[in-house]
Ligand binder design. Sequence first.
Ligand code: HEC
Ligand code: HEC
Ligand code: HEC
Ligand code: HEC
Ligand code: HEC
Length: 219
Amino acid sequence: MSDVFSPDIDRFLKTGGLFLAGLAVLVIASVTYYATPKYTRVGYEPVQPIAFSHALHAGRLGMDCTYCHQHVASSPHANIPHARTCMNCHGEPYGNIQSGSAALAPLRDAWASGNPVPWIQIHRLPDYAYFHHAVHVRRGVGCVTCHGKVNEMEVVRHEEPLSMAWCLGCHRDPAPHLRPAGEVTNLDWEPDGESASFARSLIEDAGINPPKSCSGCHR
Ligand code: HEC
Ligand code: HEC
Ligand code: HEC
Ligand code: HEC
Ligand code: HEC
C-alpha cells in the first residue's frame, strides 16, 4: 500500500478521509433517491394548452367525472376526453357556450384538424409497474383517494406519490378506503358510522384481496 499512496495521502485516509468519502456517498445516494420523480412529482401541475378548470366543470357545474373520463370503470387505463366531448357544449353547431372564446382556440384547432388537444400528462407509472384503473374503480376506491379533490382544482395537481409504498399501504388494509360503488365519483363523500361494517362485508362477500406479492404488480 505504501507504494501506491504517498505518506500524506496515507495519513489523510487513516484520519477521516474514509469517513468523508463515506459521507459523500451517502449524500449523493440521498440526493439521487429523493430527487427521483416519485418525490418530485407530488405537486406537479403543468400549464395545459387550454386553461380547462375542473373546479368549474366538475365542481360548480356539477358534471360527473365519467361524462369526460368515460373509460374509468371499464378499461385498464383512464382516458382524457376527445375534443368532441368538449364540443358538445363549446362547439358552434352544438351547445354554443363561449364558442368564440380565445381560450378555446386550441380546442377549435383540434376539432378542425382531427388531432387531439396536446394535453400534458400528469400521472404516469413506470412501464414495469402494472396497474389496472377499472379494477380499483369497480371495487369502490374513490377518485379522491388517488387523485385528491380534483373538483376543487383550477389546474390538476399530482396529489399522491403513486409510489410502491403508497400502493402497498392500501393493499395491506383496503377497508378504510372502500366506499359504495355509487359514491366513487362523489369527491365530497365521507365515511359515516356504517362504513366500517359495510367495507368489512364487501371485502368478505366479494373476496377482495389486493395483490401484495411482487408478481401482482410487476408482471
Ligand atoms: C368536462 C370534462 C371533464 C370532467 C367532467 C372531468 N374531467 Fe378530468 N380531465 C379533463 C381534461 C380535458 C383533462 C386533461 C387536462 C387537465 O389535466 O386539466 C383532465 C385531466 C384529469 C386528470 C389528470 C390526468 C393526467 O394527465 O394524469 C385527473 C386525475 C382527472 N382529470 C380526474 C377527474 C375527476 C376525478 C373528475 C370528477 C370529479 C373529472 N376529472 C372530471 C376533463 C374532465
Ligand atoms: C356540459 C357542458 C360543457 C362541457 C361538456 C364542457 N364545458 Fe367548458 N364550459 C361550460 C360552461 C357552462 C362554461 C362557463 C361559460 C361562461 O363562463 O360563460 C365553460 C367554460 C369553459 C372555459 C372558459 C372559457 C372562457 O373563455 O372563459 C374553458 C377554457 C372550457 N370551458 C374548456 C372546456 C374543455 C376543454 C372541455 C372538454 C374537456 C369543456 N370545456 C367541456 C360547459 C361545458
Ligand atoms: C387506486 C388509485 C386510483 C383510483 C381510485 C383512480 N385513479 Fe386515476 N389514475 C391512477 C394512476 C396510478 C394513474 C396513472 C396510470 C398509469 O400510468 O398507467 C391514473 C391515471 C388517471 C388519468 C390519466 C389518464 C391518461 O391517459 O393520462 C385520469 C384521467 C384518471 N386517472 C382519472 C380518474 C378518475 C376520474 C377516477 C375516479 C372514477 C380515478 N382516476 C380513480 C390511480 C387511480
Ligand atoms: C386505496 C386503495 C388502493 C390503492 C391506493 C391501490 N390499490 Fe391496487 N387494488 C385495490 C383494491 C381494493 C383492489 C381489488 C382487489 C380485488 O378485487 O381482490 C386492487 C387490485 C390491484 C391489482 C389487481 C388487478 C387485477 O387485474 O386483478 C393490481 C395489479 C393493483 N391493484 C395495483 C396497484 C398499484 C400499482 C397501485 C399504486 C399505483 C395500487 N394498486 C394502489 C386497492 C388499492
Ligand atoms: C401493489 C403493487 C406493487 C407490489 C405488490 C410490488 N410493487 Fe414494486 N413497484 C410498484 C410501483 C407502482 C413501482 C413504481 C414506483 C414509483 O414509480 O415510484 C414499483 C417500483 C419497484 C422497483 C423500482 C425501485 C423503486 O423503489 O422505485 C423495484 C426494484 C420494485 N418495485 C420491486 C418490487 C419487489 C421485489 C416486490 C415484491 C417484494 C414489489 N416490487 C412489489 C408496485 C408494486
